[in-house]
Design a protein around this ligand. Structure first.
Ligand code: PMP
Ligand code: GLU
Length: 403
């Protein structure tokens, strides 16, 4: 069947994270009281100031094609926000290309930078779309396994071991989906210096940068000096920090020439992002009052994280998890309850849905099926019910294993 189609899609599989959300919705439609902690999507409404700006744009007739790279008002607002988040460093709005969600910027960057017979390093566990995006560019993703003793992050040594002359890029995500780990500035610097020496491009996915439980935003490549950024593309967007997943606004900040090529690609594919959504995003990035809402949402995520970590520490003592310092995911090991009937995370999640109607994402979606991801972008009530169900399932599987 697949022989009918182009080699462009030879490795293509549907997004596993969206597949879990779809299955949970199907069960709910069948009347099952399902708790869905699968999808990584803020449960908050888009801030009113932002939604109003989108409505205003529509009413005022800002509904035509816009410049493919994005309206200047949005690019200027993003440049100013990035500058403020990085201690006032200059950020040039002309190097910013807006896209339909950050996923499209990741795709465009990879399509413009990588190709056949080239490899791209992907620190793993990794968000499910990276290997797929690299395949779509006809390049080869190379998983570089992170160290469990180090929150599953990779070091320069890990990257160097995986590197050969066909490696052209690295996709680095911090704060990390699915682990919640955060790279320190010193770690980012070491990786940027190594990549610079190797001539390896870095695609830095910083979509969770403002959802950080340390002081201020998470460390960014933008906190490094210019000379380390000559081959770095920074990708970010409105989806997570501003609870704007459905508005589909993301962006790339790239060296000027690459920004030009990515813009040319947009001019032949989507003709740029949705115009009213760009006006809404200009308000999100531009209006300082919205930052208070970002802080309030992050505070909620922090509280929920503390609740989950507390319950793991008191009720699931033998279950290892990555210390979540950012994003809104808890990544935990399940291999201590594996048995002949439940030999991997995928089967663990299948049982969890069947026994307890709790939807989580198996680690297979991220490259290691000894683990499972729980998203805490959900209400307190759902998290409480989800944890009750998870604790029961662990007890059930441990008893089955012992029997
Ligand atoms: N990067 C990561 C790590 C993500 O988790 C997501 C979540 N969807 C995205 C990128 C894409 O987000 P969006 O396209 O909505 O900006
Ligand atoms: N990023 C979210 C997740 O990992 C949303 C789904 C997706 O884009 O993959 O669940």
């Amino acid at each position: 069947m697949t022989a009918l189609f182009s080699r462009n899609v030879a490795a293509l599989a549907p997004s596993a994270t969206f597949a879990v959300a779809r299955e949970a919705a199907r069960l709910r439609a069948d009347g099952v009281d399902v708790v869905d902690l699968g999808a990584g999507e803020p449960d908050f409404a888009t801030p009113k100031l932002v939604a109003d700006a989108g409505i205003r744009a529509i009413v005022e007739g800002k509904t035509k094609y816009a410049p493919t790279e994005g309206i200047l008002e949005l690019r200027a607002a993003i440049a100013r926000r990035l500058s403020l988040l990085s201690g006032g460093r200059p950020v040039n709005a002309d190097h910013i290309v807006v896209s339909n969600g950050s996923k499209q910027s990741l795709f465009n960057a990879c399509l413009c930078l990588f190709g056949q017979r080239e490899k791209v390093l992907v620190p793993t566990p990794a968000w499910t779309s990276y290997p797929q995006i690299v395949h779509l560019a006809r390049a080869r993703p190379v998983a570089v396994t992170g160290d469990p003793e180090w929150s599953l992050k990779v070091s320069v040594d890990d990257l160097a071991r995986a590197c050969d002359e066909s490696v052209k890029g690295l996709i680095l995500n911090s704060p990390t989906n699915p682990t919640g780990a955060v790279y320190t500035l010193a770690e980012l610097r070491a990786i940027a210096e190594w990549a610079g020496r190797q001539g390896v491009w870095i695609v830095a996915d910083e979509i969770y940068r403002q959802i950080h439980y340390g002081l201020g935003p998470a460390p960014s490549f933008l906190d490094l000096p210019d000379e380390l950024l000559e081959r770095v593309v920074i990708v970010n967007g409105a989806s997570k920090a501003f609870a704007m997943t459905g508005w589909r606004i993301g962006f790339a900040l790239a060296p000027r020439e690459l920004a030009g090529v990515m813009n040319a690609l947009l001019s032949h594919t989507t003709s740029g992002a949705n115009t009213p959504a760009m006006w809404a995003a200009a308000e999100a990035f531009g209006n300082d009052a919205v930052q208070a809402e970002v802080a309030a949402m992050t505070q909620q995520f922090r509280r929920r994280r503390d609740y989950l970590v507390g319950r793991f520490r008191s009720e699931l003592l033998g279950t290892e998890f990555v210390d979540p310092l950012g994003a809104f995911y808890l990544f935990f090991r399940v291999d201590h309850v594996f048995s002949a009937k439940v030999p991997n995370g995928t089967e663990f999640c299948r049982r969890l849905i069947a026994d307890e109607a709790l939807a989580l994402v198996p680690g297979a979606a991220f490259g290691d099926d000894r683990w499972v991801r729980l998203s805490y972008a959900a209400s307190d009530e759902l998290l409480r019910a989800g944890m009750d169900r998870l604790v029961r399932e662990f007890a059930r599987l441990a008893a089955e294993k012992a029997a």
